[in-house]
Structures are given as structure tokens and as C-alpha cells.
Design a protein around this ligand. Structure first.
Ligand SMILES: Nc1ncnc2c1ncn2[C@@H]1O[C@H](COP(=O)(O)OP(=O)(O)OP(=O)(O)O)[C@@H](O)[C@H]1O
Ligand SMILES: [Mg+2]
Length: 274
């Protein structure tokens, strides 16, 4: 059986970036991840949206010099998307590797983003890769792929969005070393916002103070509080010349809520801080 010509074996496999992706560590996550990599242990990144999980994975791929395969999980993700499928062509049938198979062949970091969004009976295809065997059985071709030492599985999920019907099976969860991500302490978040947003430290500090105040509004019903990503977005608008309050209203307040009362409360905090 031939492989599909249309898609090279390494399609979707990003080589390690030449330039270091900027990542400011918050604790010992880099050392723990490196230890997991050496031991071939899969890693689970837990934390709210916009707190640096994806950036961390990109940084680690660069640091370890490994290619990266990212799979954005969703409920229609099929086992064949991960493992592969036969494609029927005019004159023949060809095999096309899925994203996970390509990652194993390339010895890549394989990042399953928002893994709880995938159906959990699909997620079990990763199980044989997460124990001592480190193999991927491809039932349809009869191939048993042995993962090379550089291959590593990483999954992320946001516990806040967790739904009783959308949790990971314990048999999946307990295969991972879990790293908890959260919003960085103010001093670090200021450096991140300044670097990523292209604003000076004083401006970044104001935005971080605003973020801290808005995060307290969770108690008053603001379900989603601003992430580092939103603070960076506001900083970028300011760096482009948008007036500070306007930047915060459009990049922070509006994405957070549609509720008129909560919007007023957020606008009041913006006016008080900037
Ligand atoms: N520790 C950090 N070092 C450098 N940049 C960071 C850090 N934390 C957050 N950022 C900034 O925040 C932005 C959002 O982070 P990222 O995309 O990694 O979030 P995420 O946790 O993957 O979110 P999601 O769950 O929505 O995918 C990054 O693009 C980066 O600018
Ligand atoms: Mg992400």
C-alpha cells in the first residue's frame, strides 16, 4: 500500500523555531518539563485561557530542539484525524498518516490543545503512547509504531470550562504529569505585557494593576476575567496610538462581557486606573 502523495509524511510538523519564542517562567515549569522529556513522560498543562500554555510549548520545542505538531481538539475530531486514513484515489487506495502518527514518526512534541473538547473515546488512542511501551498501534495497516526518544505528548485544558460531561477519563488523566498555569505575579506579568505589547514598563504596570482589579470582579459575577493575553492586546493598541481608555474598553472590556451592568462596572475600573 502506498502513502498519499498529496500530503508529505511530515505535513503539519513544524520544525523547531530558529528564534527563541519569548517565555518568562513563573516557577520551575521549564525544569520539570525537561525532566519529563528526558523520561518520556507525557505532560498536562492546566490553566485558564491566555496564561501562556501555548507559548510555553513553543518555547520548550525551541529549547529542546524538537519539531512541534499541534492539534486543536474539537468534538468532531476522529480517531482517523489522529492516526490516519485510507484515501480512495481514481486508480488506487493510499494511506495518509494522521497528525499523531506524523508526530511519532518525526519524534516531535505533540500538543493536543483543549483535549477535553475531543470525544473521550477518541482520546484513548493516545494511551499506548503514554505508558512504558510508547507505541502507536495503527490497526488499519497493522503497523506498530515505536515512538523515538524525542517524541512527547502534551495536552492542555482549561479546568474553568470543564463540564461534567466533558471531563477527561481518570484512566487518561492519570497518565500525565500535570503542570498548573495561572496568571503570573504582577512583576512578571508587567515584564510580559511590556515585551509582548511594546509598551514601556510604567504603562505595562498600569495594565497589570487594571487586570488585578478586574480579576476581583469575579466575585461580582464577571464569569471570565481578563487574561494576560487581553492585557497584551490592550498594550498593543496603545503602542499603535489608540487612547489608553479606548484601548482597554475595546481590547479588555468588550471581549469579557455583554452584560450592560458588568460593562459599566468594568468601564468604571478602567477610568479609575488609567
Ligand atoms: N509566561 C509568559 N511568557 C511570555 N508570554 C506570556 C506568558 N504568559 C502569557 N504570555 C502572553 O500571553 C499570550 C497568551 O498566551 P497563550 O496563547 O500561551 O495562552 P494559552 O494559555 O495557550 O491560552 P488558551 O487556553 O486560550 O489557548 C501569549 O501570546 C503571550 O503574549
Ligand atoms: Mg493555547
Amino acid at each position: 500500500m502506498r502513502r498519499a502523495d498529496a500530503l508529505p509524511i511530515h505535513a503539519g510538523v513544524r520544525p523547531p523555531p530558529d528564534a527563541e519564542p519569548f517565555y518568562l517562567p513563573v516557577a520551575d515549569e521549564i525544569a520539570v518539563f525537561e525532566a519529563c522529556h528526558v523520561r518520556g513522560l507525557p505532560v498536562m498543562l492546566k490553566g485558564p485561557t491566555g496564561c501562556g500554555k501555548t507559548r510555553f510549548v513553543e518555547h520548550m520545542a525551541w529549547r529542546l530542539g524538537r519539531p512541534l505538531v499541534t492539534v486543536a481538539c474539537h468534538e468532531d475530531l476522529a480517531a482517523s484525524d489522529l492516526v490516519g486514513r485510507y484515501l480512495v484515489r481514481a486508480t488506487e487506495t493510499v494511506w495518509q498518516d494522521g497528525a499523531l502518527t506524523r508526530a511519532v514518526r518525526a519524534g516531535a512534541l505533540c500538543y493536543l490543545d483543549e483535549v477535553v473538547e475531543a470525544r473521550q473515546d477518541i482520546v484513548v488512542v493516545i494511551h499506548p503512547l503514554t505508558d512504558d511501551r510508547r507505541v502507536l498501534p495503527i490497526d488499519k495497516t497493522g503497523e506498530l509504531l515505536q515512538a523515538p526518544p524525542g517524541f512527547q505528548l502534551i495536552v492542555s485544558y482549561n479546568p474553568g470550562y470543564q463540564h461534567i460531561l466533558k471531563d477527561l477519563k481518570p484512566s487518561t488523566r492519570q497518565r500525565f504529569v500535570a503542570l498548573e498555569f495561572t496568571f503570573p505575579p504582577a512583576e512578571l506579568e508587567t515584564r510580559i505585557v511590556a515585551h509582548e505589547g511594546g509598551v514601556e514598563a510604567g504603562r505595562a504596570r498600569e495594565l497589570v494593576a487594571l487586570g488585578a482589579r478586574l480579576r476581583q470582579l469575579r466575585d461580582r459575577g464577571l464569569a471570565e476575567v481578563p487574561s494576560t493575553r487581553l492585557l497584551v492586546a490592550a498594550a498593543r493598541l496603545m503602542a499603535s496610538g489608540v487612547a489608553p481608555r479606548q484601548a482597554c474598553r475595546t481590547a479588555i472590556a468588550a471581549p469579557l462581557t455583554d452584560d450592560p451592568d458588568l460593562l459599566t462596572a468594568v468601564h468604571d475600573v478602567i477610568a479609575a486606573v488609567l
